[in-house]
Design a protein. Structure first.
Length: 357
């Protein structure tokens, strides 16, 4: 009986195999993919395919055992990775392992947005995975990661982004995405209705950025909580009169003059009150939890539908909405909190309208 053993110091991670493991491939599936890759680019006339296959099977098994051990001992608690002694991993390798382990498939997470990150979601994993063509194993890992991050930081005082980074060592960009996903889950935003299906994960993240930057107390720098005073003050919009709307309409059209065709300006003028009333209706209703949760659906139903009737390009739509926000400051009736109202949703409308096909 003979045995062979290879020990490397520090531990070498094959990130190509790690990627296959993260995608939820079983060992035999990973071996097949590695063999295909080898056949496509690495086999030469002197190669010994049978020997190569045995080596790849053995190497894949070793890699998977290593990844499973690192996952249980370190990746589920990344802050311990630097101080553990079981695996001698270089700092840049540690960082790459963490960032890739906590990465996710946007098409899968799009299905989770706004849903409570509870264990009950696990029963729907196979159905969701089949729908978005992501393996159930990978879906479970991603869901478990979100739940682990949420549970770890929910009772810790201080900045949500700061707590995520200190506990899980995620990059700035990945931390911001986790913050947005947790924020949407905590607020139970409705994202699953049929009219919202065309809106991508990236578009929802852009919209979420605007809400956090403009409508929360701490923004991304501190604990992220909706500014309740701001939301309550929005009720004052009920006092807006037709004269205020007409003043805003005149200023808006004057600013857009020369930047759009006469036909476009005419359509904007004729639909302005519908656009304004829809915006005010959404704003004054946000104090109610049901309207708050349904904000994206309301935007598409009440705002985007109006904009579609104006028949302008995406670039012109962006110009219209930005000018709509900017000119609000020239209307005497708009108090300071109302200007923040227009800044936030107009940027969100821009994000959503660019997704309209």
């Amino acid at each position: 009986m003979s045995a062979s053993c290879i020990v490397t110091q520090p531990v070498i991670i094959d990130f190509d195999v790690f990627s296959l493991w993260l995608k939820g491939n079983a060992v035999d599936e990973a071996v097949k993919q590695r063999l295909v890759s080898r056949e496509q680019g690495l086999i030469t006339a002197k190669s010994q395919p049978q020997t190569d296959q045995k080596l790849i099977i053995a190497d894949t098994l070793d890699c998977y055992r290593l990844f499973n051990a690192i996952e249980e001992k370190c990746l589920k608690n990344p802050s311990s990775l630097a101080n553990q002694v079981m695996f001698d991993l270089l700092p840049d390798v540690q960082n790459k392992l963490i960032q890739e382990y906590y990465s996710f498939d946007k098409v899968f997470v799009r299905e989770l947005l706004g849903k409570k990150l509870s264990s009950r979601l696990r029963k729907d994993i196979e159905e969701i995975g089949e729908k978005v063509k992501v393996s159930p194993r990978s879906c479970r890992r991603q869901l478990d990661n979100f739940r682990r991050v949420f549970k770890t930081v929910e009772d810790i005082d201080g900045s949500l982004p700061g707590n995520i980074q200190s506990q899980f060592l995620l990059s700035d960009d990945l931390t911001k995405l986790y913050v947005n996903i947790i924020f949407m889950a905590s607020n139970k935003f409705e994202t699953g209705k049929k009219r919202l299906h065309y809106i991508s994960f990236d578009t929802f993240m852009e919209c979420c950025n605007e809400i956090i930057e403009n409508w929360t107390v701490g923004s991304y720098r501190d604990d992220i909580e909706i500014d309740k005073t701001f939301i309550q003050d929005l009720r004052d919009l009920k006092s807006m009169t037709n004269d205020n709307m007409e003043q805003h309409r005149s200023i808006l059209l004057a600013k857009l003059s020369g930047k759009m065709t006469e036909d476009s300006l005419r359509l904007i003028g004729s639909h302005f009150k519908a656009l304004m009333r829809a915006t005010l209706t959404i704003a004054t209703g946000l104090i109610h939890s049901k309207e708050w949760k349904d904000i994206f659906n309301s935007m598409v139903e009440k705002i985007i539908e109006v904009i579609k009737h104006i028949h302008i390009s995406r670039e012109q739509c962006e110009l219209l909405l930005n000018t709509f926000s900017e000119t609000a400051g020239d209307v005497e009736a708009f108090i300071e909190c109302l200007l923040s109202l227009f800044k936030g949703p107009c940027a969100m409308f821009n994000s959503i309208t660019t997704a309209v096909k």
